[in-house]
Design a protein. Structure first.
Length: 230
């Protein structure tokens, strides 16, 4: 058979068949083609093992990770944790350091009403704020602004803007500065009971009807529409 015929018969590429045809043995093409690349942590294994033995396993993963970062390591703490669990003897009762909270978790702790947080979430929130004074200032400003929204105390807005702009927090400072561009309207929105809820509800209803008419409504939307109609 020709090389093209062999390739067609096997369903391989023609160049692959050529390499096999030119090799003295087919084993030459499959032996050793996949080689195990050294991991990022490989150059630091000796140091980690020495430090682990020196402290009798009393160092945390984050401490070890911090030390090898200073020596040129570019990986994550989870790489160090996994290697320690796999290759180093563990002391009795050893527990690796828990992973740090995600941005979404911290955002939830800061923006949700304190009454909705569990005891564990309150402990995590306090620990995070104790470690970062800037974040503690942001949390206090967020809470006070949320209180203005819920209690309709718009008369406190000028004081809040002054305090926010004086904290040198980039995001909150720019937000507070922007409120000054339309202060009367924002103050009215934080003081009166009037809002755009009915208008937004009518716009949402129109959009839902448009999706139904143009065939873009999914089953969930159609089912909800039928249930609400009944």
């Amino acid at each position: 058979m020709s090389l093209r015929g062999v390739a067609h018969y096997l369903g391989w590429g023609r160049h692959t068949v050529q390499r096999y045809a030119r090799a003295a043995r087919w084993q030459d093409l499959v032996t050793g083609r996949k080689r195990q690349l050294p991991s990022k942590i490989h150059p630091f294994k000796t140091y980690l093992a020495h430090r682990w033995a020196e402290t009798e396993g009393n160092m945390t993963v984050l401490d070890l990770h911090r030390e090898i970062i200073e020596r040129g390591f570019h990986g994550r703490s989870s790489t160090v944790r996994d290697w320690i669990r796999r290759d180093l003897p563990q002391r009795e009762g050893f527990r690796p350091a828990p992973p740090p909270p995600s941005v979404r978790q911290v955002t939830g702790w800061l923006t949700r009403h304190p009454a909705t947080l569990t005891e564990e979430e309150n402990l995590h929130r306090t620990a995070v704020l104790d470690r970062c004074p800037e974040l503690a200032s942001a949390a206090e400003l967020t809470s006070s602004f949320a209180e203005m929204l819920t209690t309709l105390s718009g008369d406190c807005l000028p004081d809040w803007i002054t305090e926010a702009m004086g904290t040198n927090l980039a995001g909150i400072g720019s937000f507070a500065s922007g409120l000054n561009n339309d202060l009367d309207a924002v103050t009215a929105g934080l003081t009166t009971d009037w809002n755009s809820g009915p208008v937004e509800g009518a716009a949402n209803r129109i959009m839902m009807l448009k999706r139904q008419m143009f065939g873009r409504a999914g089953f969930n939307l159609l089912r909800k529409r039928v249930l609400l109609a009944t």
